[in-house]
Design a protein around this ligand. Sequence first.
Ligand code: NAD
Length: 499
Amino acid sequence: MADKHKNFIGGEWVEPSTGEYFENRNPAKRSDLIGLWPRSGREDVDRAVAAAQAGFEVWRRTPAPERGALLKAVGDLMVERKDEIARAATREMGKTVQETRGDVQEGIDTAYYAAVEGRRLFGHTVPSELRDKWAMSYRRPIGVCGLITPFNFPMAIPTWKMFPALLCGNSVITKPGEDVPHTVSLLVEILEAAGIPTGVVNLVHGLGDEVGAAIVEHTGVPVVSFTGSTETGSVVGRICGQMHKRLSLEMGGKNAQIVMPDADLDLALDGVLWGAFGTTGQRCTATSRLLVHDDVHDALLERLVSRACELKLGYGLDAGVDVGPLINQAALDKVEKYVAIGKQEAELVLGGGRATGEGLDDGYFFQPTIFDNVKPGSRLATEEIFGPVLSVIRFSDADEAFRINNEVKYGLSSSIYTRDVNLSFRAMQDLDNGITYVNAPTIGAEAHLPFGGVKQTGNGHREGGWEVYEFYSETKVCYVDYSGKLQRAQIDNYDASPY
Ligand code: NAD
């Protein structure tokens, strides 16, 4: 009988009120049942909100440097347990252990960044227009934050949200993707071990349209941070808009790597292999379009196909594996649907089917797939697939490449390979994305810089870096008048002024 795991509410590990559980299985080996996790309901969310409201009252009064010291301790514990967490993450999510170690490291980086932010969290002091009066702003915590996260970065994304929210003095309720409940359970164990006060961090497992929806709709949760598909983000956005909640949305992508004729083709080749097939294409920043100049198209495509053929598929904990499985049956169905569409619209030059054979038959493995002669504007060229499927699109000059890059509804990441410094600066200016890489793939964000996208990828906020601290705090402005008399702004100073 598989282990039954629990929620973490009000400082205790508790069973779900529903008495129901869902299975967590290894996507590389379906017969490997990792455990059972709570299929919680609205009552569990109600309890978590009450606990988080009580926790908030304690935590918001804790000095920010002290909150930072706790996050430093959390980072240290994550370092100690890095390998164990990475192995657990690979088992439930599927990507290679080298990649899940990177995923955990991103959480560690985020913890250490938050720790030092506790001694900054700057406001402003500016001159008042009146005599004997001070004017200043500071950053104030908001309340209970609902954090809803996807499957593909089971550690990094929850920490991107949780650590800045905590550093700013908020309490949190976190709900991980239902395919990856174990990694966040381990994270919450670490917060508990580090001494997080009761109720400040709460974990409620469950399904999106049950627990996720209950968090989003709860009147006691004034802040929601969501990362996931644009479709789900639209639902979350509608509800938060109606309820006037503060909301951060990080959603889908359709990212392009542009290769100019003067590019270092070896570098461009390494970049596209990592960008398109790393994490089995299941990154929001994955390279799903390769825009290649006519002059280098044939040379690059030939080498790309031969290198992609060599990628080894398998269980991410086994040595030598490059690419793991897709996350679940729905993901496999979606990729198969887009391959069928692609066969109508373009030319299949590699893969296109389920990967089978020794070590693969029990998992959701799909062959690295490449379509050539994909037409800009076609479904393959514009819709997010979220799998190991690369669309190759030809262009004849940089303006055309920029136009193709920009004509999708998403705007997360882009990349250009060129040796022309002027062109690379034009790309940084004109590519309509939240992130542009020069001579590097579309993936590889660092935790201390703002992360996010434009158009239907996001709603204007950023994770990471210094900007996320603005999302998790309210600006409060304070004026102190020590003149001892009524001073009327915009009136007394102007009427009496000699200027
Ligand atoms: P998803 O939208 O299916 O699920 C994301 C989360 O939302 C899960 O925890 C899910 O349980 C929850 N959810 C589902 N329905 C809900 C509802 N009605 N109310 C509240 N919560 C609900 O996404 P996924 O398949 O887990 O992740 C893949 C998607 O995430 C891709 O589109 C990818 O581009 C995107 N993503 C974006 C970023 C980014 O930073 N822009 C990062 C990673 C992933």
